[in-house]
Design a protein around this ligand. Sequence first.
Ligand SMILES: [Zn+2]
Length: 195
Amino acid sequence: MLNEPTLVLNKSWYPIGTTTVRTALCMIFREAAWGLDPSDHTTHDFDSWASLSVLAGEPCIRTVRLELRIPEIIVLTSYDRFPNRRVPFSRRNIYRRDRYRCQYCNARPPVSELTVDHILPRSLGGHSSWANCVLACLPCNRRKGNRTPRESGLRLRRSPREPRWSPCLSIPIGKRKPSWEQFVSDHYWNVELEA
Ligand SMILES: [Zn+2]
């Protein structure tokens, strides 16, 4: 129970990650976070959280003196920084955006056989940017050479663009609690990885 995940929201109620129930309770106790009641969106310090009644059948933590509801969501009390909503342009994030697939033939070879291709080659003035870089397998890369896709007879399967920031991409759907949905649903974050 104590190792179950708890969703962490920053002070502006944006999800910034998860922690364990154990850590979440410590954070509420230290006043680093409030417990959030997903049913009515009220926030609670430790005493207030401890005074919430545990509903019948609801999992809880029992100590000698009290029954504690499991905090499924906490809100940080002081972390006020708005998370960076831009995905850093990096090799790793190009791989993630393109899902480890060649963007020309859709092959998914071993990572070592994928390269970052400049759609408009650098020698022709192409920039290193989200819109001009895609993953290509070695055969497509060789075939393309220093030419444009059109010149080499290759077609992009989708037009590349900057992915939208999502802090919760890393939380598998099956691991999310229903109470988190209002904060982390793909619909809410509008994750656009494909054009
Ligand atoms: Zn390919």
